[in-house]
Design a protein around this ligand. Structure first.
Ligand SMILES: Nc1nc2c(c(=O)[nH]1)N[C@H]1C(S)=C(S)[C@@H](COP(=O)(O)O)O[C@H]1N2
Ligand SMILES: [Mo]
Length: 263
């Protein structure tokens, strides 16, 4: 990189490191050395071009990186094949004990009283009535053993059961042409997903873990389980969900994690 073209006071190498992280998942190139060659070839000029921003100050760098990230979400959305299934595993391969993770310690996990619990539904849906757990348990149930991948560097195989989320969305008369489904959790966590993933055959409104009621630490009373997405996209302790055309981000996504978060 030519020194004269660096924006004053901005660290070119850290801008490029961030930009490469954003672009990497978007390069659908199997050959590792070719991938890293292309990524190394990214310049500040390239970042400016991809984002349509002039990198003149740190505000414009922020805007450039976040617009590249959103661009990447759109591209991932197009590339996402809604028929492709994530791998499933035999019960013998389950990780025991299954790891716990949250933005707090395990003893801080919310305690939710089943008797008073209702799942709230809002936004672009015909039927905005709230749901009790027994009503969800009365719907057709399905189960799958899949791998959960956390960006903090671990993965684990678990067995989740519950209602296929597409069945639930159809039952509430959701506008499945809308862009997003958003989730609000009992612990102040929140996230949102693209409609194609919401309708994916393996996306479950999970009510059980390993054949028993979903334990407190894994998200009682329910979590959204998506084997096609990274761990942070799978909200636990869901209290409310909404269907919308307005982008609403997420707890980690708003701190820079990629919104699409495919695995
Ligand atoms: N409500 C809520 N959901 C959450 C989180 C959280 O902190 N709160 N953490 C996410 C992250 S980063 C991971 S890896 C998984 C961990 O789920 P587990 O405890 O069942 O392993 O939950 C995800 N969903
Ligand atoms: Mo995670």
């Amino acid at each position: 990189m030519n020194k004269r073209h660096q924006p004053p006071g901005l660290d070119a190498s850290s801008i490029l490191t961030d930009a490469r992280k954003i672009i990497a998942p978007h390069l659908q190139i199997e050959d590792r050395s070719r991938r890293s060659f292309l990524l190394r070839g990214l310049t500040l000029g390239g970042v400016a071009m991809l984002s349509g921003c002039n990198l003149t100050d740190s505000d414009s760098v922020e805007t450039a990186l976040s617009s590249m990230s959103r661009f990447n979400d759109r591209v991932q959305g197009w590339l996402f094949n809604s028929n492709a299934l994530a791998p499933t595993y035999p019960a013998s391969m389950m990780t025991r004990p299954f790891p716990f993770n949250a933005f707090y310690d395990i003893d801080q996990a919310p305690i939710i009283d089943e008797a008073g619990y209702q799942l709230e539904v809002s936004g672009l849906v015909a039927d905005k009535r709230s749901w009790r757990l027994d009503e969800l348990r009365a719907m057709a149930q399905t189960e799958q053993i899949t791998r959960h991948i956390c960006v903090e560097g671990w993965s684990a195989i678990g067995r989740w059961g519950g209602v296929r989320f597409s069945d639930f969305l159809n039952r509430i008369g959701a506008d499945t042409g809308a862009k997003y489904v958003g989730f609000k959790c009992a612990d102040d966590y929140y996230t949102s997903i693209d409609m194609a993933t919401a309708l994916h055959a393996q996306t479950l409104l999970a009510l059980t873990y390993d054949g028993a009621v979903l334990p407190r630490q894994y998200g009682f009373p329910m979590k959204l389980r998506m084997p096609t997405k990274l761990g942070y996209k799978n909200p636990k302790h869901i209290q409310a969900l909404f269907v919308s055309n307005t982008y609403s981000g997420g707890y980690w996504e708003d701190q820079g994690y990629n919104w699409f978060g495919g695995s």
